[in-house]
Design a protein around this ligand. Structure first.
Ligand code: HEC
Ligand code: HEC
Length: 446
């Protein structure tokens, strides 16, 4: 009886940690403002409107122009991922607009926002450009926040911000370039996969247990070193929240006899890298060498050893100290991590750079489109149940692309440009069409 009671309290305290983490993520003191309220109040001019629209219309514009979704929690009429937050040192009297994790890690499925699903609709670059102009800045942005709609340059954000810090996170007098590269085209992984992983990020370069690694996003130069220590416990709760998120269940019918045949094929062809699912799941957490996986290498080389070395000298890597602890340091790997495939139907486009729009074309490399686009709305009526992925349109070349305006241009994913190659992962090519459809049917059940 006592043991049951103990387990129950343990479980409920874990439960309350994840709820605390969720409410921290949704709270106003989460991050420092990146923009003034003035910029925000003038944003409508960038939309070519004479006055600010009503809040419903504004949310629709955020959705269509930037791919930012409606919050499913109270958020001052702002989309998920943006917050009205006080500037530190003003005792809360001056507010600005802050970003939080959900701008990149909050997606949408059939009109409902889904925190933890990567935001595959986001155009962060257009948002930053509009806000910069609305603030009256004539200077261009320091680097690109996104090059194609649905991917972003989160790696460049970290490298840029760490360049302002000393190892103890106090601020340097001048910025040091730790190898900034803004052509990595990163497709944010779903948070529900984290609970299976020992290592995280596309290359498996960080310990998945690390809380401090998640705090890189808090490096706004507005904050000194104290801010990190003060918030570490809250970030541990945020991690508990991420670990509690479940993948969305496939919303369309499944043919279970096809899926059964697909399971056997999957176990013979895919499990050694992606693991097994069902009653006794096993995830091998493998990093596959570049020459075996063969996918685009920009992300691999784009976060430099210099950055890794500096990171490892800093507060971020000193999370568990002591003799026998295997500290949560950044590690050099030789390729990309084979991710778990739970809820994979919902995470199109595929590969770390989002270069392949459907699972069918991932598993039949000849059919991968060269230049493609879609409506970015993620409505079920536009879901392709045969291929697994959102319906897309494609072209065989990029000739017309330089003639259209930048935000429209970013809607087209051009696989001939650096960081966007759709090569590699040819493990499905030897399957017959029938076998491929069986594997696809099985993937719907994960
Ligand atoms: C600007 C967009 C952006 C923001 C903001 C952002 N992330 Fe990410 N996050 C990404 C991208 C992109 C990746 C994949 C990076 C890679 O490996 O290339 C990622 C990776 C991760 C991972 C690793 C997942 C895995 O399975 O490998 C975790 C965990 C994570 N982010 C948590 C957070 C948290 C917590 C916050 C807020 C404090 C946050 N992120 C803010 C874009 C973002
Ligand atoms: C040798 C190891 C290996 C084998 C075998 C393998 N994969 Fe992969 N798979 C990977 C790696 C590594 C990635 C990530 C590559 C990247 O993003 O650059 C990946 C990515 C994927 C993705 C995209 C995940 C995402 O969210 O972007 C899917 C889907 C997938 N594999 C399905 C399969 C299926 C189905 C099979 C069997 C027919 C298979 N894989 C066989 C290593 C493997």
């Amino acid at each position: 009886m006592k043991i049951i009671f103990l387990i129950a309290t343990l479980l409920s305290s874990q439960h309350s940690d994840d709820l605390k983490g969720q409410s921290y993520l949704q709270s106003k003191d989460f991050a420092a403002p990146s923009f003034t309220l003035n910029a925000f109040n003038n944003l409508h001019k960038q939309w070519k409107l004479n006055s600010p629209p009503d809040s419903k219309t504004a949310l629709q514009i955020f959705e269509s122009r930037y791919g930012m979704h409606q919050a499913n929690y109270p958020n001052d009429d702002l989309p998920m991922g943006l917050k009205l937050a006080p500037f530190p040192l003003t005792l809360g009297t001056v507010k600005g607009i802050a970003l939080d994790c959900l701008i990149c890690h909050g997606g949408i499925l059939n009109g409902k926002s889904y925190p933890g699903l990567g935001n595959n609709s986001l155009d962060l670059q257009t948002f930053f450009e509009d806000m910069n102009k609305a603030d009256g800045n004539k200077k261009p942005l320091a680097f690109r926040f996104g090059n194609s709609r649905g991917t972003n340059e989160a790696g460049a954000v970290s490298v840029f911000l760490l360049g302002f810090r000393n190892p103890d996170l106090s601020l340097k007098t001048s910025w040091v370039n730790l190898g900034l590269d803004d052509q990595l085209h990163e497709d944010p992984p779903a948070w529900w996969l984290l609970k299976k992983k020992k290592s995280m990020y596309a290359t498996g370069g960080a310990d998945a247990r690390s809380v401090r690694s998640l705090m890189q996003f808090m490096m706004s130069p507005i904050h000194g070193p104290d801010h990190f220590n003060i918030n570490e416990k809250k970030f541990a709760n945020l991690q508990a929240y991420m670990l509690s998120i479940q993948p969305p269940v496939y919303p369309f019918p499944i043919d279970y006899s096809l899926a059964k045949a697909g399971k056997t094929l999957f176990e013979n062809n895919c499990s050694k890298c992606h693991g097994t699912y069902g009653d006794k799941p096993n995830y091998p957490n493998k990093i596959i060498p570049l020459k075996v996986i063969g996918t685009d290498t920009n992300r691999f080389f784009g976060i430099t050893k210099e950055f890794g070395r500096f990171y490892n000298s800093s507060w971020f890597s000193k999370e568990v100290e002591g003799w026998f602890s295997d500290d949560y340091k950044a590690r050099e790997t030789n390729g990309y991590q084979a991710p778990p495939l739970d809820g994979v139907w919902a995470t199109a486009p595929y590969l770390h750079n989002g270069s392949v729009p459907s699972i069918y074309s991932l598993l039949n490399s000849k059919t991968r489109p060269k230049v493609f686009t879609r409506d970015f709305e993620n409505k079920y009526s536009n879901y392709n149940q045969k291929e697994l992925g959102w319906n897309y349109q494609f072209k065989n070349n990029n000739e017309h692309l330089d003639k259209i305006e930048a935000p429209e241009q970013r809607k087209w994913y051009d696989t001939s440009t650096p960081g966007r190659l759709n090569i590699g992962h040819t493990f499905g090519d030897d399957l017959t069409e029938q076998e491929r459809s069986q594997v696809i049917e099985y993937l719907k059940t994960l």
